[in-house]
Design a protein. Structure first.
Length: 255
């Protein structure tokens, strides 16, 4: 009886020790699982925070065509591509710093936009969904050139079908006047946008348009660039414009 009792006591202690040991192991496993879960969750949150998605809608004419996501500075080097189906396309990735982009097909520009975290919606007549793109949409909506464009579309055929030099010169004069109005409206709107956003990509977008549409000497544009923020002053297109004006000055008569 005593032997069996002692054996039972020893067995109980043995079982207790095994259980405690297993509890320690399970505790370590549980802690490891929790640590992995936390790290995974943190990584997932980080990805979501920097993730962007572009949901696009285009005319049915684009169905079956590829559209390309490009850096605005390098339109001939696509970063991503997707096939348009049912008038829709989508791009998805992560972004560390916002950048200016363009979406194009093989023969047409679809949209100019800013790639930044969030869901960006691209439609034929609008763009938005994120802070910079919402502001870009407001700017594009405020710069209404429809009336000028319609008049220019009316006179361009008249210029090419003019029956004589006098009629062609008249049509050309009207087109020049309309284009001058277009440029003035565009420049006024872009200068306003630039002064309000000179330290971000909207300001860069405005200055690139100003550089393209405006007429400057090298010294005039050089002064603008020197006073600009780094995001504008170091931009590739802005530097190319500056170099172009420098070359024109050096090759002009008397230089």
């Amino acid at each position: 009886m005593t032997y069996k009792f002692c054996f039972a006591i020893l067995l109980v202690f043995r079982i207790f020790a095994v259980v405690k040991n297993e509890e320690k192991k399970m505790k370590k496993v549980f802690q490891s699982i929790c640590a992995v879960a936390v790290i995974t969750l943190m990584g997932s949150c980080g990805d979501n925070k920097n993730q962007y998605k572009i949901n696009g809608t285009v005319d049915d004419d684009f169905n079956g065509q590829m559209v390309y996501l490009c850096n605005y500075e390098e339109l001939n080097n696509p970063l991503d591509s997707v096939l348009v189906a049912d008038g829709k396309f989508s791009f998805k990735d992560t972004v560390v710093e916002p950048w200016m982009a363009a979406i194009r097909s093989s023969n047409a520009m679809v949209a100019t936009l800013f790639v930044e975290p969030g869901t960006i919606t691209v439609k034929p007549d609008s763009i938005g969904g994120t802070p910079l793109n919402d502001k870009l949409h407001v700017f594009n909506s405020s710069l209404d050139l429809t009336d000028i464009e319609e008049q220019m579309e009316e006179y361009i055929p008249l210029y090419y079908s003019a029956p004589n030099a006098e009629a062609r010169a008249e049509a050309e004069s009207i087109l020049d006047s309309l284009d001058a109005i277009r440029i003035n409206r565009t420049m006024d709107a872009c200068w306003k946008l630039y002064h309000e956003n000179g330290d971000n990509l909207l300001g860069l977008y405005a200055m690139q348009t100003i550089a393209h549409e405006g007429s400057f000497t090298f010294n005039q544009f050089d002064s603008i660039v020197k006073a600009a923020s780094p995001v504008v002053a170091k931009d590739k297109k802005i530097q190319q414009k500056l170099e172009q004006l420098r070359n024109i000055e050096h090759t002009s008569a008397g230089k």
